[in-house]
Design a protein around this ligand. Sequence first.
Ligand SMILES: Nc1nc2c(c(=O)[nH]1)N[C@H]1C(S)=C(S)[C@@H](COP(=O)(O)O)O[C@H]1N2
Ligand SMILES: [Mo]
Length: 234
Amino acid sequence: MNEDDEAAGAPVGRRVILGMLGLGAVGIVVGANAQQKVNRALAPLGPVGQVLPAAGGFRYYSVVGGVKRRKPETYRLTVNGLVNKPRTFSFAELGRLPQTRMTKDFQCVTGWRVEDVAWAGVALPDLLDAVGVSPRARAVRFHSFDGVYTESLTLDQARRRDVLVATGMLGGPVEHDHGGPVRLYVAPMYGYKSLKWLGGIELTADVVPGYWEERGYDVDAWVGQSNGRDDEPT
Ligand SMILES: Nc1nc2c(c(=O)[nH]1)N[C@H]1C(S)=C(S)[C@@H](COP(=O)(O)O)O[C@H]1N2
Ligand SMILES: [Mo]
């Protein structure tokens, strides 16, 4: 997409489907600034099917109702695709990999933000090292065990040390409603990249757009900028 497309206000990637906000089936096409205004105006709803109130500034989001609980004892994370050694990790095995902690903000693209959240888990590059990434891999696809939600990162993004396979959040385990027992936390990007109920990590040759990316949100979801376009930061 070039800047003329953007100026013309018709970038397909910026399509905001009001239907997905539960407001009806009307689709409108807006520019980046307008999209963020729409998002802000609708912030209490969020871009999701289900929003529940949560303590401490978070909102619980899930595009699927009634996600089945998994106990740490029966939890499994599958890592496959373009890797040298496809592997399944139990919760205990994740705990035996090098552990990373960080305290950082969490920000949804709709405008809400929680500052200074404590996160703990395995830095994604450490997990990738444990399976060995094939030289043909260029991207990572994440699968939720809710059966519907997916996310993606380029391999370069996935190798950042502030991308976490999180087993801890807010000073305790990752609660079910926050996507536990294991979720993704992509610190430098908007919340929709932080896939909940992480069940699978698949190394792929190319980026496969995730759930919200199929619905108009950017694959590159850096907080405070939007692909170098001149959006107002949220
Ligand atoms: N599986 C799954 N992961 C998801 C979502 C979702 O609907 N399903 N919503 C995303 C969005 S838009 C946000 S802002 C965060 C919200 O995390 P929380 O529910 O822990 O507040 O989860 C992200 N990960
Ligand atoms: Mo979000």
